[in-house]
Write a protein that binds this ligand. Structure first.
Ligand SMILES: *Cc1c(COP(=O)(O)O)cnc(C)c1O
Length: 222
């Protein structure tokens, strides 16, 4: 794989303002350094232990995104350095993130994960649960987290119209929350959707952050 070339090819297709998270999970630090030396600084991981190991070995100006399901008891390991958490799916988790961010005197950007796919295995809020969370009094006391937007994963399918419909649904959720809870709040602005196989559709439907792994680093061997 020509990692640097893959990144620049993807970036060339992206409209202004859409951010690329290079998903480096399972890949060695050498691969990340190839991307880094070509000028890319934003990477995503989905396992706490791997992420911490890579953080320790790699340059400190990398912007790290945690893209998976984060367990509350592991938040403390990433809180000192993580920029974005993409998979917030409960108030409990959000409160732990706030507590650990505070200990580190930081504010961590959090994306609310929504369940938009047909598959039942993917984590995430329903719109009702998100309303409950955002309407609660507790939410205003969380000074060390910034709710920066929404995240979702489409169904794994070849059916393009279904994928499009799911991404459009997430964009609608974003618009609704923006109107109801974040009107005029500049920091609520991100829609994290789109992976190697569907990022072009996602961008078409209004994605602001795409998370691309195999199309940059090659297929993964687990
Ligand atoms: C692995 C992963 C990606 C990247 O997947 P690719 O298909 O390799 O681009 C994106 N988002 C999440 C949440 C992932 O777990």
């Amino acid at each position: 794989m020509d990692i640097a070339n893959n990144i620049s090819e993807i970036k060339n297709t992206l409209p202004e303002g859409v951010k690329l998270v290079a998903v480096s999970k399972t890949k060695p630090v050498e691969d990340i350094m190839v991307a880094y030396r070509s000028g890319h600084k934003i990477f995503g991981e989905n396992k706490v232990q791997d992420l911490v190991g890579k953080y320790e070995q790699l340059p400190k100006d990398i912007e790290w995104h945690f893209i998976g399901h984060l367990q509350s008891n592991k938040v403390k390991f990433v809180a000192p350095f993580i920029s974005f958490l993409h998979g917030i799916d409960s108030m409990k988790l959000l409160k732990v993130v706030n507590k650990e961010a505070k200990k580190n005197d930081r504010v961590i950007s959090c994306l609310l994960q929504f369940h938009i796919a047909e598959e039942s295995t993917k984590f995430g809020f329903s719109i009702k649960e998100a309303y409950d969370l955002l309407s609660s009094e507790e939410i205003n006391s969380l000074q060390n987290v910034e709710i920066a937007g929404v995240m979702g994963m489409a169904t794994y399918t070849d059916n393009e119209s279904q994928i499009r419909k799911e991404f459009r649904g997430l964009k609608n959720i974003f618009n609704t929350l923006k109107n109801e809870y974040f009107s005029g709040v500049e920091s609520f602005r991100e829609i994290s959707m789109g992976m190697s196989d569907d990022y072009l559709i996602a961008v078409d439907e209004g994605s602001t952050i795409i998370r691309v792994g195999s199309k940059i680093f090659g297929t993964r061997n687990y």
